[in-house]
Structures are given as C-alpha cells and as structure tokens.
Design a protein around this ligand. Structure first.
Ligand code: CU
Length: 490
C-alpha cells in the first residue's frame, strides 16, 4: 500500500512544501484582529440561505488559492468559487429545493444524513442533466445538527467533490434552541469543512484519482485564521476529504467538548483532547476561549503523525496515489486569534443536552451483514463479491424493520461507512470500546482495518419499490470504484 522513504527525505520534502507555494491572499480583512498575521488568510465563512424554499445552481468558477500564479478552476453553488451557501432549515418545515445544473456534465445533489423519501435523496438515480432543474420537496424530520449536500453521481463523485461542489446544512429545532449554546453563525458558531487538494504546476486541481491532497483547505482557505471572542465557541466540523482522517486537537492540548455528531446533540457533552473524524462525519464541539488573553492565539491542528497503517493519511509517502505532503505529519488547520467577548457571551456549557433513546440490540427484527472485498494491490474495493451495479438491488428491507447491520472484512485498509435514509447507533466495534462521543445518532462511521462494526437503525416512514437508497464507503474514490450497494424499503 505504501513505500517507506527515509526520514531525511521526508523532512526535505516538507521543507520544499512549506517554501514552494506561498498561499494567498483573499485580502484578509483585519478589523479587530490586532494579532492577525499576514502570512494567513481570513477563514472564509459561507453565506447562508434560510426559509422553506432553496434555489441552488452549480456552476464552474475559479479561485485564487495562492499568492502567485494562476487561479484554479473550481465548481461552486450560487456563484461561490468553492463550496456553496450554508442552508439553514427548521425541523418540521416542508422545504422545496430547486437545484439547477449549470455544468456541462450531469450531476446529482444528495442531502447527506436526511431521513427523506428515496426519490428525493439525490443519489445516483436522481440525475440532473446540464441546464435542467431538479425540484424535490420533503419534510425536515431530522434533529437539530449539521448535515451537508454534495454530488453523488456514480463515478463522478470524486471529480465533482474535488472541484468544490458541496455545502453545509444546519437544521434547527426547539430542543436545541432551548439550550444555552453559541449559535451566532460566523461569530461564535463556526462551520469548518476540512479537506485538502493536490495542485498541478499550473495551479489547477489534480483530478486524477488519488487518496490525499497536499494542501490543507478549511472552508476552501489555505493557511486560515479567524478572530474569535473570548468565550465558549462552537465549531461544526465536517470531514469532506477523499480518504484522510483527522486526529483533531488544539495546539496547547486543551480539553474541548463534543456536544453533537452526525444526527444530533449528544445526551451530555463529552470532554476530549483529541477527536478522530473520518470522511463524511460531522462533529459539533465547544472550546472555551474565556481564559485566553485578548490578543493571544492558538491553533486547531491535525495530529496525524505516528498513526498506524490503516489510519487514512498515515502512509509516509509524499507522492503518488497514496502519498501526500500532509501524510504522517501534524499540521495546522486554523489559527485562532482571541478577541473581546460579544454581548450575551456563552461562558458556561450545559451539563446535559438532550434526552436520546437509541435502538438496542434487543430491539432488532432483521439483520444484514456486508463484507468489504477487493483492494488487493491498489485495485478497487467492492461489497459482497460484487462491484456496484446501478440496476441491482442488493438488499430489501421491510418497512419499520429495526436492523442490525454489520460491516466487516476490510483486510486491506480502513473505510468510512455511510448508510442513507437513517440515523443509527453503533452497538459494537470488534477492536474495542465505542468512544463516548460516538454514542449518538450517526449516519457515517470509520471502520478500522480488519474491524467488524454493527449498527442498529429503524427503516421507517419511506417505502418505495422503485427507488433505492445507497450504502457505501464515503471515500469518493472508493465509491466511484464500486464500493457501494443499494437497498429498497418496502
Ligand atoms: Cu473505502
């Protein structure tokens, strides 16, 4: 899977990396950031759309990532030059979505994490031809949390995600609103989409299949910094990588609090100093800046060095399909400059959040086991001895079944498992205990090399004998390669 290289070579290549491309220049506005550093770029915060009717148009764009050289051809929704607006929705609303494809290539838009009818789900079957508009509508049944939208066209997902297509969805509900949590978007409630890109010598994205980028992008910003108030601050973090997992922490190793994951708030905040995020997962965290001096700074970092093989991004190579300049090193994601607190600052966190009742093994009515095969010698992965086939229904699940779904057999590498339609809870991991922050509602999880993992979910509300839901590895290169299956609920 990788070729070890000497440490001295590694250090040399990292030096070249840090000297070679000087990052630019979204003209950092430095208002109120006395300690802001011109070597950094102001973190981009996506604009918001809210209400019950949302119009999205995906188009070609371009973005200047580096201080010198050419801009990079990108995709963005609604005129954005990378990523798209954050959609803010309320649980209980019926929403009308109108997605226009301004590309010359077919696309789809999947509402990742949503419990909605299969024909509204935006998987590979809901194709949007160029210059046409797809208009699904659905009831928001999900809990307050952070979700996302992204292309899901089979064998085009890697390319379209790499070009920048994607965006956040924030769902609000009265239970979350009743808690004393930071929720001023862009001020003390900050969305962070973590990814990385590999650039060609002309600054275009390398869209040939590879697992890892060379430059960390946070909300599309290289070398990002933000000014944040001296109080508790909330981050809504999404790993939108190809394969890389992130072992997140702060530069002074301070404790922070996980308050929510994919499908909603946890029952209680979970104190951690490190948080591992696999592709497609979301976590909401609180970090206390109340004891930091105004003008001081700290960093959110990926502590990705010294991980064992099977942790995506642990490979020591710096080039090629499985190498990267960011592999097997610790690297900075976001410099945080502490400023004065805002009015009605959140200075304490609730000791309890929401009351969750998860499905248990004793509730189970049906079981599914899925094996991950393939991958030998860098070849493609697939489930149960079959590559994904657009016309094959791999599983049929009775409506209202409570299913124990077990994935196993990843004997080559780790993967990120995503099941559409449902929020599940993880009931067992063969490698050991389930981390406390993983106990909440989830739609995506990391399966370690060689591990067997079981989750329990109820497949309620939406039966359809025609339109399937997907289950797949959320590494877009793996799903494009065939590590995907489909199920109908009836
Ligand atoms: Cu995979």
């Amino acid at each position: 899977m990788y070729l070890p290289i000497p440490t001295c070579m590694m250090i040399f290549l990292i030096f070249i990396y840090s000297c070679n491309k000087s990052s630019s220049g979204n003209s950092s506005s430095t208002t109120g950031t006395s300690s802001s550093d011109t070597a950094y770029n102001t973190l981009y915060i996506p604009p918001t759309l809210s209400g019950t009717s949302f119009n999205l148009t995906l188009s070609k764009s371009s973005k200047q990532f580096f201080k010198t050289g050419s801009s990079t051809a990108t995709y963005g929704y609604n005129g954005q030059n990378f990523w798209g607006p954050t959609l803010i929705m309320n649980k209980g609303d019926n929403v009308q979505m109108n997605v226009t494809n301004g590309l010359t290539d077919t696309t789809t838009v999947h509402w990742h994490g949503f419990h909605i009818p299969a024909k509204m789900d935006g998987g590979p079957h809901q194709k949007i031809a160029p210059s046409t508009t797809w208009s699904p509508n659905f009831l928001i049944m999900n809990n307050a949390s952070t979700y996302w939208y992204h292309p899901h066209l089979h064998q085009k997902t890697f390319e379209q995600l790499t070009m920048g297509a994607g965006g956040f969805i924030i769902v609000k509900d009265p239970v979350e609103a009743a808690l004393n949590l930071p929720r001023k978007y862009g001020t003390d409630d900050i969305p962070l989409v973590l990814t990385s890109r590999r650039f060609n010598s002309d600054n275009s994205f390398d869209i040939t299949t590879h697992a890892y980028g060379d430059y960390a992008l946070v909300n599309g910003t290289i070398n990002a910094q933000i000014s944040l108030p001296k109080q508790y601050v909330r981050f809504r973090i999404l790993n939108a990588e190809t394969e890389r997992a992130y072992n997140l922490g702060f530069s002074d190793n301070r404790t922070f609090y996980v308050i929510g994951n994919d499908g909603g708030l946890l029952s209680t905040p979970v104190a951690v100093t490190r948080l591992v995020m696999s592709v497609g997962e979301r976590y909401e965290i609180l970090v206390n800046l109340g004891n930091d001096a105004v003008g001081s700074s700290l960093s959110l970092k990926a502590y990705n060095s010294n991980q064992s093989f099977g942790f995506p991004g642990a490979e020591p190579g710096t080039t090629g399909e499985f190498g990267s300049l960011l592999n097997n090193v610790d690297f900075q994601l976001l410099k945080i400059n502490v400023t004065t607190s805002i009015a009605s600052a959140v200075t304490n966190i609730p000791t309890t959040l929401v009351s969750n009742t998860y499905w248990k093994s004793s509730d189970v009515t049906n079981s599914i086991t899925t094996a991950i095969n393939g991958g030998q010698g860098g070849s493609a992965f697939y489930f149960d001895n079959n590559f994904y086939n657009y016309t094959t229904i791999n599983q049929t699940i009775p409506l209202n079944a409570i299913v124990n779904w077990t994935f196993s057999g990843g004997s080559i590498f780790g993967h990120s498992v995503h099941i559409h339609d449902v929020q599940f809870n993880i009931v067992s991991r063969s490698t050991g205990a389930i981390a406390p922050y993983e106990t909440g509602w989830k739609d995506t999880y990391f399966i370690h090399l060689g591990e067997t993992v079981s989750v329990v979910a109820k497949f309620s509300d939406f039966s359809d004998t025609t339109w399937p839901f997907m289950y797949h590895c959320h590494f877009p290169n793996h799903e494009d390669g065939g590590l995907m299956g489909q199920f109908i609920v009836k």
